[in-house]
Unconditional design. Sequence first.
Length: 303
Amino acid sequence: MRIARVFHDSQVRLGVVADDGVRLLPGSPSLVDWLERDPRGLAASVRQVASSQADCVPLNEVRFLAPVDRFRRDVLCTGWNYYDHFTESIGKREGQEVERPKAPAFFTKSPDVVIGPTDPIAFDARISKKWDYEAEVAVIIGKAGRSIPARQAMDHVWGYCLANDVSQRDLQRRHGGQWLKGKSLDGTMPLGPWVVTADEVDLPAVRLKCLLNGQVMQDAYARQMVLTVPELVAELSLGMTLRPGDVLLTGTPSGIGNARNPPVFLKAGDELVVQATGLGELRNRLESVDLYGESSVALDWPD
């Protein structure tokens, strides 16, 4: 099933996405509320609505929102989970080279990065000169757990959606190579367009793409991941509780702008499309926004 959070008739609602439109669900419009309080109730409501003959709201009468609306913690992320992506950036990390990691590289992003699947991506060239794209598959956790064995991990995975981990490479380098700051600018990470329940996704067969102004920049299969989703869940949950509604990005494949020769960085007006087999697509344009404001931080980026 495809579960979406939509804006319709001046209200935010959850709905089941069908070929002919969206069947709206009763109750809370928050996916996280359902997962925390009554995941069985959500499943029952989804089955009932999906099998009913109730009228659908046409797709052109709803605006799709980010499917996760409330965060207990930062967005959880995985770095370098495609070896070709790790390799393509060797020699391009501006003196911050590392050996290929033997365990997953986890980091987080502020929840304020999250925007909807068609919302504009905030862009401010004063904060960064090196804006980059990263197409990713995101995991939505549905059941709490700590130190989850890999063999049980899929019991805790509720579904999948898409994300674009828009990054500012010069901020990453400025802050010692750690990734929080260079990936946490407000309004810069599209998420959605809906969550597809895990039972309907053959993840290894999912083909993930990123297009910039119509040109394919990234093109890979999820089976190329170094660590599978069960392995990532096992590693991340070691001694650390995962909660319903947690979002985990699973890494990006090769083709990022910073690794190209010459590099390709984003600018205002650019259109980014992230799409994947069975998961839909994100379609967003970069829009100039004042993120710098009256900051006293001096950023002397070279022209």
